[in-house]
Design a protein around this ligand. Structure first.
Ligand code: DGJ
Length: 729
């Protein structure tokens, strides 16, 4: 008896899209995961097979689809279709729902073509069997990672003169999850000054909807979720994550069917935001990204951070500067003199960027007037901004300005001239929030106006940095053009914002931008593709910030998280916190200073200068390293994070104990991500440990003071390997 010579199986990670024509099975393969779907031409749909640990193609081909049992009350494929439509025996939440001219909705799909237009890119083209509607499901695995991108393109394939088709639901993607029990949904929630509070709860049967109905991403929830089967922890277990790159209204629907299948729909626009598709036209959804990680929530965060760095952030390799911002020091009361006084002190502390916040323009003496009139305030800056910008540059800092281009006060020249530019409907009360209305950035004349004055402002004053703010949610919103698409302004406004940002960046490649929306009201992968950092919250209390940073870090890396050290007691919470703790907290992101430096004592200024120096030393590790959340806020009295650079040469540990409880607490902090065989030296104390000891026993913390508001920053550097010393050490 002879046996055939075994052919070696190809290494699992060689091809990112593998197709088995006979079965219609497609494997999208990342280095540590795979996503398997099956194109079922006879059923006219694309079915989900597997999403998780890597599998060979042979197995993927043989795997069954997890169908519900066939009866007259069940949707056989509910929960396992890659893109469920409204129509046929489907009873779950659809990804696609339309209204044809006759008022009907059902869609009857058939598979038209499967193609791979580029490396790691798969397209499945589906069409309605009768009506002139086609939709393409796009899948793309950006090189090097396990993050999968999906989006959908809809096309009205009718002839000129045909009736338009109304898209009433048009998700970017539906992400079916594998067969598990005990599903948990993780998400951030909050409000103004209380953003990004991370919570995991059991996933209820039915539909759980997160979203924003506000025309912007929102403080209340972020456009991403995680899922796990109730058994994952920070550094172990399977975690799936789904996100959406949108900056307008959105909704993410996690669905658990009665049969136990779970899927996540990610869609731009809240319900009722409809889009009209005319003959010959097409619509492309924003990208939804998703990943599978086998190493817990920490691994999922690190994978998403890496994806953002490699494929989304405009300047991922830059080190973000230490900034000074005037808002908490001078409020609206800015002037050339007081900004100069702050700038001089900020430069002495080591700040590298000076940002004049709200109040520098128009008749802006408070929040009731001036928004829309973007020329220097005649009394506060009678010589214009240029002398201040020049002096800031002379002090060795970059010059930044606050702007809020999407808003107008009724008491402004702009509103008097163009009352029709607001999104508020003419025959409805225009609700003012913070005394302002929203300009309609879906209208080209409005975005052209914004682009023109922004361009002029940046060019005339050598502006290096814009803090782009947005301080109210939409009310009574509708595009003035009216029609079925009127409510679309909840998403098209944000598209207009993206376009203006893109144009400005193209004109001024060295301009850097911070996104802010009354704190963290617009943080999403869509805005991160066109800005350099975001302001996560107007709450600058260092203790509250530990929780905000913790939630923020689940999806976004430290290099985009702006964090200021402000005055104590904190203006919002009235909590008194030592300067050192405030600095250590802000050092976990992009350090900024926002206190009134004219009132800081000589001792505080000297301590602050030392801490800024320390931050500059550790920031390459913090901003570009891998994050390990060692102890989470709420887990016990201490919170700690660790950053490790590429190659594990350097590591930074930041630890905080806001409030002491039950006497002395743990004295060692188990670290992560280090080389077991390496030796590491504490750069401040000179103490040395092996990587093995730091990982297994932990970092001893004898210097963490007793009492409330204790904190420490520990810098570790690799000085050699077991038994030998690194050159130059
Ligand atoms: C809200 C922002 O979050 C603050 O930092 C500040 O810029 C104010 N707006 C200014 O109005």
């Amino acid at each position: 008896m002879t046996s055939p010579t075994p052919t070696p199986s190809p290494p699992l990670a060689t091809r990112s899209v593998e197709i088995d024509e006979a079965s219609g099975t497609v494997v999208l393969r990342g280095p540590a995961s795979c996503y398997v779907l099956r194109v079922d031409r006879s059923a006219g749909t694309v079915l989900h097979v597997h999403w998780g640990a890597p599998l060979p193609l042979d197995d993927a081909v043989a795997l069954p689809v997890w169908a519900d049992h066939d009866n007259s009350f069940a949707g056989r494929w509910d929960g396992v279709e890659e893109y469920p439509v409204e129509g046929g025996a489907r009873f779950g939440a659809p990804a696609l729902e339309v209204r044809f001219a006759d008022g009907s909705s059902p869609v009857e799909p058939r598979v038209d073509a499967v193609s791979t237009p580029g490396e790691g890119h798969l397209v499945v083209l589906l069409r309605d069997r009768v009506r002139p509607l086609a939709w393409e499901l796009h899948y793309r695995l950006p090189s090097g990672g396990d993050v999968l991108e999906r989006w959908t393109v809809f096309r009205h394939t009718g002839a000129p003169g045909d009736a338009p088709i109304l898209l009433t639901r048009y998700a970017s993607a539906h992400w079916p999850l594998p067969h598990r029990t005990g599903w948990r949904l993780g998400a951030v929630h909050g409000g103004w000054a209380a953003e990004s509070r991370w919570e995991r709860t059991g996933l209820a049967a039915g539909e759980t909807v997160l979203g924003s109905r506000r025309g912007h991403t929102g403080h209340q929830a972020g456009p991403w979720v995680s899922l796990d089967a109730g058994d994952a922890g920070e550094e172990h277990g399977e975690v799936w994550m789904v996100a959406l790159a949108t900056s307008g209204s959105w909704r993410i629907t996690a669905q658990r069917t009665a049969a136990g299948r779970v899927g996540v729909l990610a869609a731009e626009g809240h319900e009722g935001i409809e889009g009209e598709l005319g003959p010959g036209l097409c619509h492309t959804t924003p990208v939804s990204t998703a990943l599978y990680a086998a190493g817990g929530f920490g691994a999922a965060s690190r994978a998403f951070h890496t994806y953002l760095r490699q494929h989304v952030l405009p300047h991922p390799h830059e080190v973000r500067p230490v900034l000074y911002n005037s808002w908490e020091a001078t409020g609206f009361d800015v002037s050339e003199e007081n900004q100069l006084a702050l700038a001089t002190r900020a430069a002495a502390l080591g700040a590298e960027l000076f940002v004049v916040d709200d109040g520098w323009f128009g008749g802006r003496d408070g929040d009731r007037a001036g928004l829309g009139d973007w020329s220097p305030h005649p009394h506060r800056f009678p010589r214009g901004l240029r002398p201040l910008a020049d002096e800031v540059h002379r002090l060795g800092m970059a010059f930044g300005l606050w702007v809020e281009p999407e808003m107008v006060n009724v008491d402004s020249e702009l509103y008097r001239e163009h009352p029709e530019w607001v999104v508020h409907l003419p025959d409805r009360t225009a609700t003012e929030l913070r005394h302002q209305l929203v300009l309609d950035f879906a209208r080209p004349e409005v975005t052209d106006w914004a682009y023109a004055w922004l361009r002029q402002l940046v060019a005339d004053n050598s502006v290096d940095f814009l803090k782009w703010d947005f301080n109210r949610s939409f009310t009574e919103a509708g595009a003035h053009a009216g029609g079925p698409a009127a409510r679309q302004v909840h998403v098209t406004h944000a598209h207009g914002v993206h376009r203006v940002l893109d144009r400005l960046r193209a004109d001024f490649p060295r301009l850097r931008i911070e996104s802010c929306a009354g704190g963290g009201g617009r943080v999403d992968p869509g805005i991160l593709a066109r800005t350099d950092q975001v302001w996560p919250s107007d709450n600058t209390d260092a203790v509250d910030r530990l929780a905000i940073h913790h939630g923020f870090s689940q999806a976004y890396p430290a290099q985009v998280m702006s964090a200021w050290v402000t005055d104590s007691p904190n203006p919002l919470t009235r909590r008194t916190v030592p300067l050192r703790f405030r600095f250590h907290c802000a050092m976990a992101g992009v350090l900024g200073i926002g206190g009134d430096l004219t009132r800081w004592t000589r001792h505080e200024l000297a301590e602050a200068a030392d801490l800024v120096r320390l931050y500059k030393d550790i920031r390459p590790v913090v901003q570009h390293g891998r994050l390990h959340r060692l102890l989470s806020p709420g887990d016990g009295p201490m919170t700690a994070v660790q950053f490790v650079d590429d190659g594990a040469d350097r590591s930074v540990v930041l630890v905080w104990r806001p409030s002491t409880r039950f006497g002395p607490t743990g004295t060692a902090l188990r670290l992560r991500g280090l080389e077991t065989e390496a030796r590491y030296r504490d750069e401040d104390t000179g103490a040395e440990w092996s990587g093995a000891a730091l990982l297994a026993f932990g970092l001893p913390l004898p210097d963490l003071p007793q009492g409330d508001h204790a904190s420490a920053a520990v810098r570790l550097r690799r000085v050699g390997w077991a038994g030998r010393r690194e050159q130059g050490q």
